[in-house]
Design a protein around this ligand. Structure first.
Ligand code: SF4
Length: 337
């Protein structure tokens, strides 16, 4: 990894239930009211190198989008810090301190204001932050549309006049118009057709090369992450369970969850061997309201032993450049400590 540009240190995010007065009274007298917190992100420490693409992968509900929002400075962590080039990205009250991190979301239609033109959408942030004057805003917007492969004349159109892929290009242009160093891409191709997905992924690769960007690329799609990321972090129930160079992790996964995730990818079946390799992960991801004790994966893990249910495994380095959190890699699963 190159020198880190972004660091996340001990990041925790809990969502406490909002109880009405009636709920609080009911809870006080022993009524059936949900009072537990959702533990969305649990003690995540990560660094992203300058110019790197770090893929963040996991099933729905694993906390990866919450972690992405915290990394982007648009959600305050319950504990821990996020820094960009050594400086905090958020103040104590949760206010974002930098425009150098921008976000591209899954649904470009929802993230674009339908009442203003694309040109206005692209210019409003840069004008507000002094990156361009109103007099030059039109040319400025055109420049970013051109960079993402859209005709600059489209600046006068509204979001509903674009296809899904074009809207995602607009969303990328809007993020780039803020001249960021880091782009947090949260499932940016998940809502697009497969052929359009490839175009957007290739556009992101081109932009990274041309602008020297750093990406945190969040996806549940292992194929897309393999294509775009230099390193990959695997997340399960709020924790990073494996981290390393993408090809190395895909070829020799060390954590049983990573192994199960890779074996569960649907592929074209042309032989009995292909069919034998395809194994959906057993069970469902447990509720983050009540994560299992010990290793959170122990309720689904084919290798779980007594130690797994009571002791949380820490990240260890099973091989150079790799980290994984599993007792199999550090003393075995046989006995609780
Ligand atoms: Fe499976 Fe135990 Fe390793 Fe968790 S610690 S992944 S339950 S073997």
């Amino acid at each position: 990894m190159s020198d880190p540009i972004m660091t996340l240190d001990g990041v925790v995010k809990r969502f406490d239930p909002r109880l009405s007065l009636g709920d609080r009274i009911a809870a006080a007298i022993g009524g059936d009211v949900e009072t537990r917190s959702v533990q969305a992100v649990r003690d995540v420490t990560l660094a992203i190198g300058k110019g790197e693409t770090l893929g963040l992968v996991g099933e729905s509900g694993c906390g990866k989008s919450t972690l992405g929002r915290i990394a982007a400075g648009i959600m305050k962590p319950t504990a821990g810090t996020v820094r960009l080039a050594g400086a905090p990205v958020m103040d104590a009250a949760g206010g974002k301190l930098t425009t150098r991190i921008q976000t591209v979301f899954q649904d470009p239609f929802a993230s674009l204001n339908p009442r203003i033109t694309i040109g206005e959408t692209l210019a409003e942030g840069p004008i507000a932050h002094g990156l361009v004057t109103p007099a030059k805003a039109r040319d400025y917007a055109a420049q970013w549309l051109d960079l993402v492969g859209l005709d600059p004349s489209y600046a006068s159109r509204y979001p509903h006049q674009f296809s899904g892929g074009q809207r995602q290009r607009v969303a990328i242009a809007r993020a780039l118009a803020m001249q960021p160093e880091v782009l947090v891409c949260d499932e940016p191709v998940a809502s697009l057709d497969v052929s359009i997905q490839a175009q957007i992924v290739n556009l992101l690769l081109k932009l990274k090369r041309e602008l020297g960007l750093t990406y945190l690329f969040i996806s549940h799609d292992l194929g897309v992450v393999r294509h775009i990321s230099e390193r990959v972090a695997i997340m399960y129930l709020g924790r990073i369970v494996e981290l390393g160079p993408t090809l190395s992790v895909y070829e020799t996964p060390q954590h049983p969850y990573t192994q199960a995730l890779l074996a569960s990818v649907p592929r074209l079946v042309t032989s009995d061997a292909d069919l034998a390799e395809f194994k959906p992960i057993a069970g469902e991801i447990p509720s983050p309201l009540a994560p299992p004790t010990g290793c959170a994966f122990h309720t689904r893990c084919p290798h779980a032993g007594p130690r797994c249910a009571v002791e949380q495994p820490g990240l260890v380095a099973p091989m150079p450049g790799r980290l994984a959190a599993c007792h199999l890699l550090a003393g075995g699963v046989g006995k609780a400590a």
